[in-house]
Design a protein around this ligand. Sequence first.
Ligand code: GLY
Length: 436
Amino acid sequence: MRILIIGSGGREHAIAWSLKQSPQPTELFIAPGNGGTQALGRNVSFDVTRHEEVIGFVRRESIDFVIVGPEQPLVDGLSDALRKESIPVVGPSAAAAQLEGSKAFSKSFMSRHGIPTAAYRTFSSDQSDEALDFVREEGVPIVVKASGLAAGKGAMVCMTLAEAENAVRGLMKDDMLGDAGSTVVIESFMTGEEASLFVLTDGVDFSILAPAQDHKRIGEGDIGPNTGGMGAYAPAPVMTTDLMNAAIERVIRPTLEGMVNEGMPYQGILYVGLMITEEGPKVVEYNCRLGDPEAQVVLPLMKTDAVDVFAALAHGTLSGLEVESYEGAAACVVLASAGYPGSYAKGKAISGIGEMSDSNGSSSAGGEAAVIFHAGTRVSESGELQTNGGRVLAVAARGVTLQVALDEAYRTVSQIDFDGVQFRRDIGHKGLAHND
Ligand code: GLY
C-alpha cells in the first residue's frame, strides 16, 4: 500500500508511525514531513496549495490513498480536488471543513441543529462598535474568537473588560489576525473540564477513539499563554460512559446528521472539543482533523490496524470495521523551544535521541517503550538533528495506567536535551486526580 500523508507536525509523524505498526507492507510519502518522518518513509516536497502538483505526484507514484493532516489544505479544498480525480482521501470537503474554518458557520450550524454550545453572537467586519458595546453589556469573563483559521491563536478567554475590548479591537480594527479575525464570534464563558473526541466517520457510520485531554497553556497548573498543546493523555477519565453516551446522542449524531441534511456529509476525522459543564457536554469547537498532540496518544492507543482504519476512511467503508482501543492509557509530553509560544530560535542541536531510537523512532530502553514523535525538527546537511520549530518533540508512552505511561514518557524526556528546552512536568494532572 502506497500512502501519501500531507503535513509536517507531530500529528503526521504519529499517523506515519501508526501505519508502520501494521503488519501490512506500506510505503509512506510525507509532504513535507520532518526530521522524524524520514525514518518511516520518504519526505517529499511540493507545494500542497497547488492541487495539480499533489494530483501529479499521486499519479506518478501510484499512491493508493492520501491522508491530509492539517486543517488549512482541507479548508482550501484539497480533498475535493482529489475526490474529483477519484483519488481516495482521508479528510472532509471544503464545505464540511467549514466546521473548523468558520466559527460563524459552526456556531450557526449548532444553533440550527440544537447542539449544545455556549450562547453567542457573530459580528461582521463593519460591526466592531456593536461588538464593543456587546462585551460591555455582557461583562466578563467572556470569550472572543476570530471566525477564521488562526493556528490556535484565534480564541481569547477574557477575564477583564480591558482584555475583551483589546481582543475585539485587535481583531476587528487592527487586523491582528488578518482576514481570519475580520468576523468575530463572542460567546459566553463556560466552566468545566475539557475533553477532545476524535470521530472517525465516512459521513454516516462512525467510531470514536479514546477520549483525550490536552494541555493548552504553556505553564504548569494551566497558566500563561495558549500554545498548540504542551502534552496530552487518553483516555480522559472525565468522559464517563454516561457522558460519552450523552455526547454521542446530543452532539455527534446530530452533527453528522445535520451535515448530511445540509448536503455536506462529513467524511474524515471530526475533532469535537467539549466542555463538560454542570448541564452536560457542550461543544467548545469543532476541528476537521486529528488534534496535535492528541494524535500522539490516541493513535498509539488504537488497537485496530491503522492501515485498515485509514483505508476505510479513504474509501468510505467504515461500516464493516470495529475500531478497538488497547487497555490502559497513553500520555505524551511536548518539548518546546525557549520562548515558545512567542518567538524562538531554531537550529539547536538535539541530543539523546539517536542513541535510543530504532528505525520506528521508538525508545529502546526497557518496559513499554516510549515513542519520540518529531514536530519542529530537521536534519542538517552534516546529519545533525536540530530544532526547527516551537514545538520540537512529543514523547509518548503507553502503560497499564496513566501513571505508568507518564513515568515512562518522563523517563525518556529526561534523556533528551537541547539548548533552552522547556516542557511541563504536570501533564495528566487532572486525569490522575480523577483516578485517585
Ligand atoms: N491540541 C489542539 C489542537 O490540535 O487544535
